[in-house]
Design a protein around this ligand. Structure first.
Ligand SMILES: NC(=O)c1ccc[n+]([C@@H]2O[C@H](COP(=O)([O-])OP(=O)(O)OC[C@H]3O[C@@H](n4cnc5c(N)ncnc54)[C@H](OP(=O)(O)O)[C@@H]3O)[C@@H](O)[C@H]2O)c1
Length: 340
């Protein structure tokens, strides 16, 4: 597997990370442990979790896997988690980016993971109540205490990212941003990607397969069924079946992906992952899987790089169509300087 520095830092990450949102949820503990070993055996080093995944079970499952490894494997792993949303036992009014909530969330995460520090601690989302200075102060103290190696953001918009970058400068290593980013969600490119590139943050895109859509498993003429994310809950999350299937562009993107994949002799998932892997600013793509078979298939994307024509085909089909201003042609022209 290839490696890149995470943003403007010395932390080397494999260019595919293993997301663990399914651990203790769709995937039982034995399956989760098998997938983690499979990922690490393939050369991956980043394990990505959060205090809220499966009500904390995901972190416990990861912690028990780590405990069962020899020190060599444990030392190789770059361990990342997140805090901000109400984890078990936290009143919703207390959840957020406050010092009180993040400190408690971090301490609980470390206990579940069975470690004394994490390599990367990410604020799972902005919220408007806590001043960003307070969240930045927490991150600075957490790094200084040794409980956190590097700090990251997730789901922050462009201005929120830029503000946090400015607050972090010279105080603590803010190195990454984890947004949703995939061939069905490219609005991330309007503000978030440029803010990250300007601020030296590496992108860790989540839902690289748009929650399973980019595997081609969901059809226009049939509601999802069976043991799939939308078969179990068609209304789940941002990948809900109704809104996505109603968008004509969803089917155009899937058609383009199918063409490129067929010509390559690759799966649609592998092509979607390879596209994202080579987008500007991306440090490591966060994989999500339910089964070892899915993981094996998706790891087939390792080493796959699309050529210009393939990339252009996918980008033409997936380009978002903003109004003229501020993100459409008129706005872009206004911000562009021609040097002749
Ligand atoms: N920061 C955040 O707010 C945030 C939010 C979401 C996720 N994340 C992180 O990002 C990771 C990945 O997100 P995600 O799970 O949404 O990623 P994804 O890759 O978009 O979707 C993963 C799901 O797609 C299906 N799938 C994957 N590979 C497949 C294959 N080869 N064939 C058929 N189906 C396949 C599986 O679902 P089924 O088999 O169940 O259909 C799998 O659970 C998470 O684990 C988590 O670490 C972060």
């Amino acid at each position: 597997m290839e490696h890149r520095p995470l943003g403007r830092s010395g932390l080397a990450v494999s260019t595919y990370s293993l997301g663990t949102m399914t651990f203790g949820a769709e995937a039982d503990e034995a399956t989760s442990h098998r997938m983690t070993s499979q990922y690490v055996d393939a050369g991956g080093v980043v394990l990505e979790t959060a205090d809220v995944y499966a009500g904390g079970l995901s972190e416990s499952v990861v912690g028990r896997w780590l405990a069962a490894q020899g020190s060599r494997t444990r030392d190789r792993v770059v361990l990342a988690t997140k805090g901000r949303f109400p984890s078990r036992g936290v009143e919703p009014r207390d959840a957020g980016g406050s010092r009180r909530n993040l400190r408690r969330s971090l301490e609980r995460s470390l206990r579940r993971l069975g470690v004394d520090h994490v390599d990367l601690y990410q604020v799972h989302a902005y919220e408007q109540v806590t001043p960003m200075e307070e969240t930045a102060g927490f991150l600075e103290d957490a790094v200084r205490s040794g409980m956190v190696g590097y700090a990251g953001l997730s789901n922050y918009t462009g201005w929120q990212t830029a503000t946090m970058v400015a607050l972090a400068a010279g105080r603590f290593p803010l190195v990454s941003h984890q947004p949703q980013y995939n061939l069905l969600v490219r609005e991330t490119e309007y503000e978030i990607v440029p803010a990250c590139r300007a601020g030296g943050l590496g992108l860790l895109p989540w839902s690289p397969l748009a929650g399973g859509w980019l595997t081609g498993k969901y059809r226009r003429d049939a509601r999802p069924t069976g043991a799939t994310r939308l078969g179990e809950d068609p209304g789940r999350g941002m990948e809900a079946y109704g809104p996505r299937s109603a968008r004509e562009q969803t089917w155009e993107v899937l058609a383009a992906l199918g063409e490129v994949a067929e010509a390559r002799g690759a799966t649609m998932a592998q092509v979607a992952l390879a596209w994202l892997h080579d987008r500007p600013g991306v440090a490591s793509v966060v994989l999500g899987v339910r089964t070892p078979e899915q993981l094996e298939g998706n790891l087939g994307a390792v080493g796959l790089h699309l050529d210009e024509a393939e990339t252009a085909r996918l980008e033409e089909a997936s380009a978002p169509t903003p109004a003229d201003y501020p993100y459409g042609p008129a706005g872009v022209a206004q911000r562009t300087r021609a040097l002749g």
